[in-house]
Design a protein around this ligand. Structure first.
Ligand SMILES: [Zn+2]
Length: 405
């Protein structure tokens, strides 16, 4: 019987070919018809229950294990995002993007190939798999977000039972030497929310403010109070960043305007502080406005939540990749990243872990450009490792779940 790493090595050239095929045809957002067709073709013949999204071009595959098992079957979810970016590729490879102004600049083409590889490994090792695996091929990670609508369309119940644990891998074009896995327990990426405040007053003549309700000084007070609140209401060990990037009111020096607008970005690194920050921002704006006899309307656009790695799942997943590839290919992440990621919607629902691996194409990773750059180059020799890691996470976690762990 072959191991996952052995199978990945055998099918590796086909997975790399698949990645390069996808690299040529990057698509954006929720509607990825060409990518979806390639995924469906790659999964054909694997004996999966395949369904496609209604409101987006997602693909969900359910792979049923055949290992004998009493009681409820464990369900593990593996995710690969599929979308590209509006970037013009400057990487000089013979499989470069054939779509003007579009590029797989975040390496999601490697994620798709890795997840297809995991499906093939698991199909081959089906007799050793005790439960079911949900394969999540997701559009629109780069916006407007595909994970949330996939959950709404029944992703987490796709196997007939709710998913027990979920895993995803992201490739990086820089940061670490190629082949290095990295991650951290707890918060991994930030939540990023847009704050929009309208201070509503009553306009009038600048010479007679007592006959108006001037929103301008109230808006100024709110901005200052936001910064005070960040330092007084939140522990310094769980950072909150609130930056007012725009404040706008009025047309002329002697006219009091009807209203004033404040726009801010709010970054948080825990679910608790995100919730608290939404309350604090709302209370401060409305409290100050009402103290002056005005009102404030606060809209907080819900961005992606904090991406949180469950502590136990992280320990498990880190152990799997260290076991498969050696401890010298692991690096701890000290701090979370301030970017955000919509796998967070899945990890808000079920425990799981999101791991990173460097696919840096340069020998000197310190000279490489980051994901999203037109010069971000990903070495697809890591694709078989991604496939083997995802397959092993599913195989081993299912076994542990079946054993009641
Ligand atoms: Zn990405």
């Amino acid at each position: 019987m072959s191991t996952s790493v052995e199978i990945a090595g055998r099918i590796g050239p086909e997975l790399i070919e698949l990645r390069r095929r996808l690299h040529r045809i990057p698509e954006l957002g929720l509607d990825l018809p060409e990518t979806q067709a390639v995924v469906l073709e790659a999964l054909a013949g694997l004996d999966l229950e395949v369904s496609t999204g209604r409101g987006l071009s997602s693909v969900v595959g359910v792979l049923r294990g055949r290992a004998p098992h009493e009681g409820e079957r464990p369900v593990v979810l593996l995710r690969g995002d599929m979308d590209g970016l509006p970037v013009t590729e400057e990487v000089d490879v013979d499989y470069r993007s054939e779509r003007e102004g579009r590029m797989h600049a975040c390496g999601h083409d490697l994620h798709v190939a890795g997840l297809v590889g995991a499906a093939r490994i698991l199909a081959e090792r089906r007799d050793e798999l005790v439960g079911d695996v949900v394969l999540m091929f997701q559009p629109a990670e780069e916006g407007p977000g595909g994970a949330e609508p996939m959950i709404a369309e029944g992703l987490l119940e796709a196997a007939g039972r709710r998913v027990d644990a979920a895993y995803a891998v992201h490739v990086y074009s820089a940061d670490h030497p190629r082949g290095t896995w990295f991650g951290r327990p707890g918060p991994l990426m930030a939540a990023a929310d847009e704050v929009h405040v309208v201070v509503r007053g009553v306009g009038g003549h600048g010479s007679a403010p007592e006959r108006a309700q001037d929103p301008v000084p109230v808006a100024c007070e709110i901005v200052l109070a936001f910064h005070t609140a960040v330092t007084r209401r939140f522990s310094v060990w769980d950072p909150v960043v609130l930056t007012v990037g725009r404040i706008a009111a009025g047309t002329k020096d002697n006219i009091i305007p009807d209203d004033a607008v404040i726009e801010a970005t709010l970054r948080t690194f825990s679910r608790e502080h995100r919730e608290l920050a939404h309350r604090v921002v709302t209370d401060v704006a409305q409290g100050i406005a009402s103290g002056h006899g005005l009102s404030a309307e606060v809209i907080i656009g819900n961005g992606y939540p904090v991406t949180v790695n469950d502590e136990g799942e992280f320990t498990f997943a880190q152990g799997v990749v260290a076991d498969l590839f050696g401890a010298d290919r692991w690096a701890d992440m000290v701090n979370p990243e301030a970017g955000s990621e919509d796998m967070s919607f899945v990890l808000d629902e079920v425990p799981g872990c999101y791991l990173n691996i460097s696919a840096c194409a340069l020998e000197d990773h310190t000279r490489a450009e980051d994901n999203h750059s037109p010069r971000a180059a990903f070495d697809d020799s890591v694709v078989p490792d991604v496939a083997a890691a995802l397959a092993e996470l599913a195989l081993r976690r299912s076994r542990l779940l079946a054993d009641g762990a």
